[in-house]
Design a protein around this ligand. Structure first.
Ligand SMILES: [Zn+2]
Length: 339
């Protein structure tokens, strides 16, 4: 009857650790390759509350490595967070899973992490990680950084005030577009599984209070080259984030008004300058005048002039079928309004 019996039997968790997990709250930022693995580990392991934050819908090229999704999620165009939540509830109904279809940015990140005990990195870009780091230092929340690309990845637990933070590790600000991405370098599923496993293990250690067992720095693993190292970045006394508490990303107002190419290609993401709830019913009626439009609980989806537009409730959109920022913006302007 006890679904956690094997985990309880593992001495460092035990009955007390299991109770701690049950009363823990975790936010996972990004519900893609890492995020779906992480969510599965936490929900199967009995963490009491799991918030899933993600802005995207499930795409065909996600299925190779993003566990929890299947072909029906792609064809029904369900956003990743609720698609994952549905699977997770079937795995363990006793866990409170909260899907949030949201672009995590400076305006909302503190609200998304303020009521949790731990934040887990399931993102795919440095800008969001710098933002998360600042938010976690500002809110005094532990978080676990992780990134995976190709056959390699990195994991580092970060406890503000105790360990080096992400800005201690990378003191310079990243150049825009400097990220090597899963689109340019590819990524294999087993690498995701290994890195997510390490990240989830760090999460279990933090949630059960076993800080002595935490990785003493940045774990770097390459499963193709058979390499596993740990480097120990020092806590920097001049760190602009954890020492000086300068929150450049968190206090930036450059959130909305972004038009960017989607990792994965042939699609453009549009974030309006002032995101806010759209009246999807009214928009659906207006768009229906020019042709068919499909609708689910979260978005409108329609094709015009060789482009497919997905318009979310908060005004964000995904324009598929082009790499041309101007063409995507023009289509948005024509059917939705000024971005
Ligand atoms: Zn720092």
């Amino acid at each position: 009857m006890d679904r956690y019996s094997r985990q309880r039997r593992f001495a460092p968790v035990g009955d007390e650790g299991q109770q701690r997990l049950a009363s823990s709250r975790v936010a996972i930022v990004g519900c893609g390759a890492l995020g779906t693995h992480l969510a599965q580990h936490l929900v199967r392991g009995g963490v009491g509350f799991v918030r899933l934050c993600d802005r995207d819908v499930v795409e065909w090229n996600n299925l190779q490595r993003q566990v929890l999704f299947d072909e029906s999620d792609v064809t029904s165009c369900v956003p990743k967070a609720p698609a994952a939540a549905a699977k997770l509830r079937a795995i363990n109904h006793t866990v409170d899973v909260e899907p949030r279809v949201v672009e995590v940015d400076a305006t909302n990140v503190r609200g998304l992490i303020a009521d949790v005990d731990l934040v887990l990195d399931g993102t795919d870009n440095l800008a969001t990680r710098f933002l998360l780091n600042e938010a976690c230092v500002a809110e005094d929340k532990p978080w676990v950084y992780a990134g995976v690309i190709g056959s390699r990845g990195m994991v580092m637990p970060i406890r503000p005030g105790t360990s080096a933070c992400f800005a201690c590790l990378l003191p310079g600000l990243p150049e825009p577009e400097s990220d090597e991405t899963c689109e340019t370098a590819g990524v294999i599923g087993p690498a995701v599984a290994v890195i997510a496993g390490l990240e989830a293990a760090e999460a279990f250690k933090i949630l059960t209070g076993r800080h002595d067992a935490l990785a003493p720095g940045l774990a770097i693993v390459d499963i193709w080259e058979n390499d596993h190292r740990i480097v120990r970045p020092p806590r920097r006394s001049d760190c602009r984030v954890c020492a000086k508490r300068e929150f450049l990303h968190l206090e930036s107002d450059a959130h909305g008004g972004l038009v960017s190419r989607l990792c994965g290609g042939n699609a453009i993401r549009i974030v309006p300058a002032h995101p806010g709830p759209l009246d999807l019913d009214a928009l659906e009626r207006a768009i229906a005048a020019s042709g068919p439009v499909r609708r689910n609980e979260y978005l409108l989806r329609f094709s015009r002039d060789d482009l497919e537009l997905l318009v979310f409730e908060d005004g964000r959109a995904l324009v598929r079928g082009t790499e041309d920022l101007d063409a995507a913006q023009a289509a948005y302007r024509r059917y939705v309004g000024d971005p």
